[in-house]
Design a protein. Structure first.
Length: 140
């Protein structure tokens, strides 16, 4: 048993270590078309992050509204509706988690977009007029 563990443990460590290697190409290795595709993808990521964040904020607001209205009813009524109040709390928690998921997605897309735009500057050299890949360069 000890031999099996001593053989498998280094094997698992190697596999886990290789799984952590980032296989995405670096931005400075991409050409202009690939950078354009990456820019479109990052814009979609930003849009998705915004949508998820604002949906989460809306769901949180609805949950808090339900929770506050039911908490007020519990104070004044003899028949408290505990299930509705706990449902409002659950909805608020789900909305909060959704918001906390959307914000990092949004920020990751913004960060990637900024890096891509910086890399795209090397393709926009001054003094070149280009329309659909056909260019005119004037030197004096």
């Amino acid at each position: 048993m000890n031999r099996l563990i001593s053989i498998c443990l280094p094997l698992f460590i190697v596999v886990i270590g290789n799984a952590q290697v980032i296989t995405k190409p670096k931005l400075n290795e991409l050409n202009q078309d690939q950078l354009n595709l990456a820019l479109v993808k990052s814009k979609k990521t930003i849009k998705t992050g915004k949508i998820v964040t604002f949906i989460g904020l809306g769901v949180t607001s609805i949950g808090v509204a339900i929770l506050v209205s039911e908490a007020g009813k519990q104070v004044t009524d003899d028949n408290p509706g505990g299930n509705t109040a706990s449902s409002g709390l659950n909805v608020a928690i789900i909305g909060g988690v959704t918001t906390w998921i959307g914000i990092p997605v949004w920020l990751a897309g913004l960060n990637r977009k900024k890096k891509i735009e910086i890399e795209m500057v090397k393709f926009n050299s001054p003094g070149i007029a280009s329309i659909k890949g056909i260019g005119l360069k004037i030197r004096f």
